[in-house]
Ligand binder design. Structure first.
Ligand SMILES: [Zn+2]
Length: 179
């Protein structure tokens, strides 16, 4: 039986209850009328469930380790790096495409790497500053290509492939990076 902490019994606790926090800490609430041996027998009877839950938490943590919290200062610095990266790479790849774009904006987004507006503004997630350069290149070319094709048609992917021929592979690689 893995170690657990006992919540101080409160009058309101009616049932013996086991909870496992997202950090994998086992907490037990014991009503007063339940004896310690009864409680331990209950825990043992639930040990399969407890162990499988702990396993799940452990594997989730290795797949997606908790990212350290960024300070406001870190974010501002990363946003500067991302803006510099996007600006120079757009200029470079646009020597090939020759589209015209307006503003380049760096955002803190939870769900996307970049976007392109019909007005020709290009938005990028500040996290392009944290990923391998070849993946940032793909994201930048993807949004740039939307200026030629505002969709995800074959024509769009052909445009992307003009400068990033291995985009299929890169998209797969990018899916393994958690935003
Ligand atoms: Zn797109």
């Amino acid at each position: 039986m893995p170690p657990y902490t006992l919540n101080p019994s409160r009058r309101t606790t009616k049932y013996l209850r086991i909870t496992i926090t997202r950090e994998g800490i086992i907490k037990v609430s014991k009503p007063r009328h339940i004896t310690t041996p009864q409680m331990e027998a209950f825990l043992v009877s639930k040990s399969d469930w407890i162990n499988s839950t702990l396993e799940k938490i452990k594997s989730a943590q290795t797949k997606n380790p908790a990212q350290p919290k960024l300070t406001k200062k870190d974010f501002i610095r990363l946003r500067e790096i991302a803006l510099h990266l996007a600006t120079t790479k757009l200029a470079l790849f646009n020597k090939h495409y020759n589209f015209s774009y307006k503003n380049i904006v760096i955002r803190n987004q939870k769900t996307r790497w970049g976007s392109c507006s019909r007005k020709g503004n290009l938005n990028f997630n500040y996290k392009i500053a944290l990923i391998p350069e070849h993946l940032a290149d793909y994201i930048i070319v993807h949004e740039l290509s939307h200026l030629g094709q505002f969709n995800h048609s074959h024509k769009f992917w052909d445009l992307v492939a003009e400068t990033i021929p291995n985009h299929h592979e890169l998209r797969r690689e990018l899916r393994n990076i958690h935003l």
